[in-house]
Design a binder for this molecule. Sequence first.
Ligand SMILES: [Zn+2]
Length: 285
Amino acid sequence: MIEFIGPKDAWVESTSGERLLFMLLRHHREYAFLVKTLSGSGLRLGGRFSDMSNFFVGASVLHLMQRMVKLAKDVIAEQDGRLDQVRVLRARMFDVLITPLEYGGDMGALVQEVLASAEQSTKELKPGLRDRVAKHGPPDCYSCGRTFGVTPPGETDPLARTADHVWPRALGGDSRFDNLLPACKDCNNAKEHIAAWQMAWLQPAVFTESHGNGGLKGLRRENRMALHMRAAMAYANQNGSTLRDAYLAIGPRIDPARLDDDQGYDFFNLRVHDEARTNVFWTPA
Ligand SMILES: [Zn+2]
């Protein structure tokens, strides 16, 4: 089971964006309503129904977050003082995105967290931080596991070592050690602003039986990365860790395989982590 919808379980948040996500999941009545509606909808998805509900709720809340952060960025660009930024953002959020009636938590705290998340998108890494991430992180890319290349001067190497924001800056990922891991340029670029597996395009991840396991070799990198994220998020929740520590515990993604050999080849039945080693299981209901 993946505990992403509903109240935050044990996941230790280390960025503004994660705090904002959990505030919305906990207090926005629309999501509680969505969970309830989906649970009663009778969609025929077999054992993977909760995964599908999780996907719908996660995609919706992340969509709202993106709109909030964008709005906050505009407000920060227009208003100088913090008090004015809070006042204007609050008014605009009420107008177009969310009202106190729909939100059962502290609106003041929510507005502050949206502003904090928007500010992260412009924060550069402090001097020395990139080196610290390289020195204390795994020797290979945390996502694909490939060894970093030595970049010849003036050239761009797809295997050049970068510091990847585990929770992306664009969604309130802080430029701090707890949120950074060494990744190759290839993986960093492919990930873009994807914060969670619910943001990946899952439609092409349905395979026909005839592909067999060989067909999984053709699974898009974006989907592999989404499956990897999904495992990291589940691990963080199950073990009470940050996302960074979850990725370190799980290790780089491996070749895709089916969770349940008797079931089909859709996204929810695939894994790119070693279940036995990582202790991340999805149990068909
Ligand atoms: Zn990589």
